[in-house]
Structure formats: structure tokens, C-alpha cells
Design a protein around this ligand. Structure first.
Ligand SMILES: Cc1cc2nc3c(=O)[nH]c(=O)nc-3n(C[C@H](O)[C@H](O)[C@H](O)COP(=O)(O)OP(=O)(O)OC[C@H]3O[C@@H](n4cnc5c(N)ncnc54)[C@H](O)[C@@H]3O)c2cc1C
Ligand code: FES
Length: 269
């Protein structure tokens, strides 16, 4: 197997600003890493103010511009809280780009239908930007503040369909509802759709089931807890189907993006 280039670098914060509520955008100057990044890959970030700073935190790479890349993160615990207090010119160690990302559709090929939950939108932006044809992005969250980057996807020419569980923005319900409605309506469904998803595991499982029911190809970015991020510790494994049955594969190296048909949900923890 040939591994793509991965760099461990100390990089400088360009900006680290609140986007909405608990969400922040972190821009890092990383001239050696930025040109290597593929959609769906992630960065493993060491957060110096943390006492156990040896344990890095994984974040999808959101956007790339010239010699910078950015991360869109939600503060959920001590690592992300500490990260949110870092300032421009502070230094961070990152290992990136890591993992096996999304397959960018070929020109004139499948129509991409993206399905994202919460910060899952971050993993989708580069895919939308680099896809030769536009599609639809279905974005879901609990509340209005969990619906991220709508304007940025619309600016790329994508149709955005938002859902919130409390009905405070877009359609009320789960993100899979408008996806199902689109696929079931012959005149609105694209001729050759392909699903791409990133979000919480129950959402990914539901998207995998929809892909199976409609006989559609789908790629899912799996969200598992990670320690090393580089294939050594086996914290992040999921069961993947093989000719003999199934085996564990590492989401940090063989993933985080997997062909939905290969995930052995029945064997999952
Ligand atoms: C491949 C990958 C890409 C990711 N991309 C992003 C991203 O773009 N933006 C973003 O905000 N977050 C992303 N995450 C999740 C992010 O890594 C965690 O939120 C972060 O590590 C939490 O660190 P903490 O120290 O703040 O939380 P901790 O104090 O370690 O934990 C606080 C809470 O967060 C939960 N948590 C920790 N790790 C995860 C995880 N992987 N998934 C779900 N819940 C978790 C814990 O169970 C706990 O309930 C990604 C995770 C993976 C595996
Ligand atoms: S996180 Fe260590 S093997 Fe994947």
C-alpha cells in the first residue's frame, strides 16, 4: 500500500473566531500541508494548554486557501474549550493531512447528494468545492445554530436543504426526511445520484440504509474516537465486510471515509 504524504508541523494560528454559539473557525498557516489536502481528510491537533496535551484531537479539514487551511469546530469538552481560547500567532502542532477521504465525482458523472449533521458540514465543503458538478446538500441539526455554512454552499451554486429537530430553521425533522422525499419523487431525483455523508453515527447508519434500499452508491465519513490518529493504537476500529465475513479496520487510516456497502453494522459495538 502506498501512503499519501503526511506531515507533522508546528503551525501558526491566523485567526480563531466564534462562528455561532459553540462553533469556532480556526485558520492555520500551513504552506507545506495545504496543497496536499484532499476532501474528507482530517488534521490531528495537539492543543498545548491541555495538561494531557500529548493526546491530539481530530478535526476535518474544512477549507483550504493558498497557504492556509481551516477547521470548523464545536466546543464540547476540555480540548475544544482550550482550543477556543488560543489566539492569532499562537503555535499548534498538527499532523495532516490524515486519512482516506471522499472520492470527488468525475466530470459529467454522478450527481452528488451530500448529507451532513452539525459539524459534519465541515468535512463536506472541499468535496462540494472540488466537484465538477453541483448537487444538493442536506444539512441537519438540533437547532438553528447547528446549521452551518449554508451561505458558503449556496455561493458554490449548491442547493441547500436545511432541517432542524426543533423546527427553528428549515424543515422540522431529521435530515434524512428531505433526502428520502427527493429520492422518492421521480421528477426531482437526479438520474445518477451518489450519497456522501458525515455526521453522528445514527445518521450515517440511516443514510447507509437509504443507499441500500435505493441501490445507490454512498460514502460515509465515520466519527469514531481516536487516540494516535496514525494507525497504531487501534482505538478507532469499525467492522468492515470481507469475503470471509468481516474484520476490524482503522477509521484513521483506512477511513474515515468508507464505502457504505462495506460497513458491517450488525457487528458494530
Ligand atoms: C475524523 C474526525 C473528524 C472530526 N471533525 C470534527 C470537526 O470538523 N469539527 C468538530 O467540532 N469536531 C470534529 N470531530 C470531533 C472532535 O474530534 C471531538 O469533538 C473532540 O476530539 C473533542 O475533544 P474535547 O477534548 O473537547 O472533548 P472531550 O473532553 O475529549 O470529550 C467531550 C465530549 O465529546 C465527545 N467526543 C470526543 N470525541 C468525539 C468524537 N470523535 N465524536 C463525537 N464525540 C466525541 C466525548 O465523548 C465527550 O462526550 C471529529 C472527529 C473525528 C474522529
Ligand atoms: S486512532 Fe490509533 S489506530 Fe486509529
Amino acid at each position: 500500500m502506498i501512503f499519501p504524504p503526511v506531515l507533522e508541523q508546528t503551525v501558526q494560528i491566523v485567526s480563531n473566531e466564534r462562528d455561532a454559539d459553540a462553533y469556532f473557525r480556526l485558520v492555520l498557516r500551513a504552506p507545506h500541508i495545504a496543497p496536499l489536502i484532499q476532501p474528507g481528510q482530517f488534521a490531528h491537533v495537539r492543543i498545548p494548554p491541555l495538561k494531557d496535551a500529548l493526546l491530539r484531537r481530530p478535526f476535518s479539514i474544512f477549507q483550504v486557501a493558498d497557504d492556509t487551511f481551516s477547521i470548523l469546530y464545536k466546543t464540547v469538552g476540555k480540548g475544544t474549550e482550550a482550543l477556543s481560547r488560543m489566539r492569532p500567532d499562537d503555535a499548534l502542532s498538527v499532523i495532516a493531512p490524515l486519512g482516506h477521504g471522499f472520492t470527488v465525482p468525475a466530470a459529467g458523472g454522478e450527481t452528488p447528494l451530500l448529507v451532513a449533521g452539525g459539524y459534519g458540514m465541515a468535512a463536506m465543503y472541499l468535496l462540494a468545492e472540488r466537484s465538477p458538478q453541483t448537487g444538493v446538500v442536506f444539512v441537519g441539526g438540533r437547532r438553528r445554530v447547528d446549521i452551518l455554512c449554508e451561505r458558503e454552499f449556496a455561493a458554490l451554486g449548491w442547493e441547500v436543504r436545511a432541517t432542524t429537530e426543533d423546527g427553528s430553521h428549515g424543515e422540522k425533522g431529521l435530515v434524512t426526511q428531505p433526502l428520502l422525499a427527493t429520492l422518492r419523487t421521480p421528477h426531482s431525483a437526479p438520474r445518477t445520484p451518489k450519497l456522501f455523508a458525515c455526521g453522528p453515527t445514527p445518521m450515517l447508519k440511516a443514510v447507509g440504509k437509504i443507499a441500500e434500499d435505493f441501490h445507490l452508491p454512498a460514502e460515509l465519513s465515520m466519527d469514531e474516537h481516536m487516540c494516535c490518529g496514525t494507525g497504531v493504537c487501534l482505538t478507532c476500529v469499525i467492522p468492515v465486510k470481507t469475503a470471509e465475513g468481516w474484520e476490524y479496520q482503522r477509521t484513521c487510516t483506512e477511513g474515515p471515509v468508507f464505502d457504505a456497502r462495506k460497513i458491517a453494522w450488525a457487528a458494530a459495538k
